[in-house]
Design a protein around this ligand. Structure first.
Ligand SMILES: NC(=O)c1ccc[n+]([C@@H]2O[C@H](COP(=O)([O-])OP(=O)(O)OC[C@H]3O[C@@H](n4cnc5c(N)ncnc54)[C@H](O)[C@@H]3O)[C@@H](O)[C@H]2O)c1
Length: 335
């Protein structure tokens, strides 16, 4: 049944798609976003204006770490659910600008948790990342694996958000689900991510940089599939009675769980490049590069837990998802 949600990071790539879907299903949505200039703000503005054109949406431009901001939003709305996606994302940028990650991710999530303590939603859901698996090499990554060897400060801040939220779930009984997302892609995507960068470079006949000489695997997740997973997880509220056996990460002391949202089928980087070349009808000039600091050679999500919680996942085939991105890119940039 439609309800009310506060979504942070609503002008971001995933936040935009999530809000669009919630609104199309009749939800009332308040979106909070600082419109940061990590990448082209015009893209965020375009996403936001498409949301504000829909009934049921209210936009607030603010930094979540500013004291009082999230308190005021939750006090005014008393939403059924809070979906927290606002963050400074990106592994590579965290090497150059760690302070942004401290402020947006750690301080921002702390302020949000304090607001949820004062005005508890029925379910708090937030974005963590596959990067928290860090140096782990046992594949696929399971939510019950030990995760205390992050390889980048970005991942370290996301892991911190997971553990901070566990303490709030325990102390104040706030039902909380932390999602670990795996390389999300699709229309309206992020300019700092490989798909966007590769398509832009190929269309300009510029070389693309292939890290680790192509010896990379990623568990790519099409954004509509991800949003579908988030929506269905809203109803999977963690509670002591909902434990699902050996693969469940449900806490023994708190209504808290971490859940991978991935495709569960990793793809070689070169196969990804071929899908882009096919969608563009143009080949890429490739520059082979070493592994980037902070990066990991492979990601692969176990989907056992999410499928135990919500049933079978939609799995958009990579060529279909890549073609949808290319069609959007050509339309948006008129190229
Ligand atoms: N896209 C992926 O593949 C991926 C993978 C793993 C995790 N995630 C996580 O998912 C979430 C959404 O990612 P995305 O790809 O949509 O990124 P995005 O950068 O497009 O969206 C994040 C949004 O948050 C906003 N924001 C940043 N700092 C803020 C602050 N301090 N206060 C308020 N708003 C702020 C930004 O303006 C942006 O619109 C992030 O938490 C990210 O770390 C994404």
């Amino acid at each position: 049944m439609p309800s009310s949600a506060v979504v942070t990071g609503s002008s971001g790539f995933i936040g935009y798609h999530l809000c669009h879907r919630l609104l199309s299903e009749g939800w009332q949505v308040t979106g909070v976003d600082a419109m940061t200039d990590y990448y082209d703000v015009a893209l965020k503005t375009a996403r936001k204006s498409r949301l504000t054109a829909l009934p049921g949406f209210r936009a607030i431009d603010a930094h979540i770490e500013t004291p009082g901001v999230m308190q005021d939003v939750l006090a005014a709305d008393r939403p059924d659910v809070v979906i927290h996606l606002a963050a400074q994302a990106g592994v590579r940028h965290s090497i150059d600008a760690p302070q942004d990650y401290l402020d947006s991710n750690i301080a921002g999530t702390y302020r949000l948790l304090e607001a949820a303590r004062a005005h508890p939603p029925k379910h708090l859901l937030f974005a963590s990342t596959s990067s928290v698996y860090g140096a782990n090499t046992t594949m696929p990554y399971r939510e019950t694996d030990k995760t205390d060897r992050q390889m980048s400060f970005y991942a370290a801040t996301k892991k911190s958000c997971e553990v901070m939220s566990h303490s709030y779930a325990h102390l104040y009984g706030i039902p909380t689900t932390a999602f670990r997302f795996f390389t999300v892609y699709g229309p309206w995507g992020r300019p700092d991510m490989a798909l966007f960068k590769f398509v832009r470079a190929i269309l300009r006949n510029e070389p693309i940089e292939i890290y680790n000489h192509g010896r990379m695997q990623r568990d790519f997740t099409y954004v509509d599939d991800l949003v579908d997973g988030i929506l269905r997880l809203i109803d999977a509220v963690p509670a002591p009675a909902t434990h699902r056996g050996d693969t469940d990460s449900l806490s023994s002391v708190a209504p808290w769980r971490v859940v991978n949202i991935g495709n569960g089928r990793p793809v070689e980087l070169m196969a990804f490049v071929e899908a882009i070349e096919a969608a563009l009808g143009q080949s890429a000039r490739k520059t082979m590069m070493p592994m980037q600091p902070g990066d990991v050679p492979a990601t692969w999500a176990s989907t056992d837990l999410i499928e135990a919680l919500i049933g079978p996942l939609p799995r958009t085939p990579l060529p279909v998802g890549v073609a949808a991105f290319v069609a959007w890119y050509r339309d948006y940039f008129e190229v």
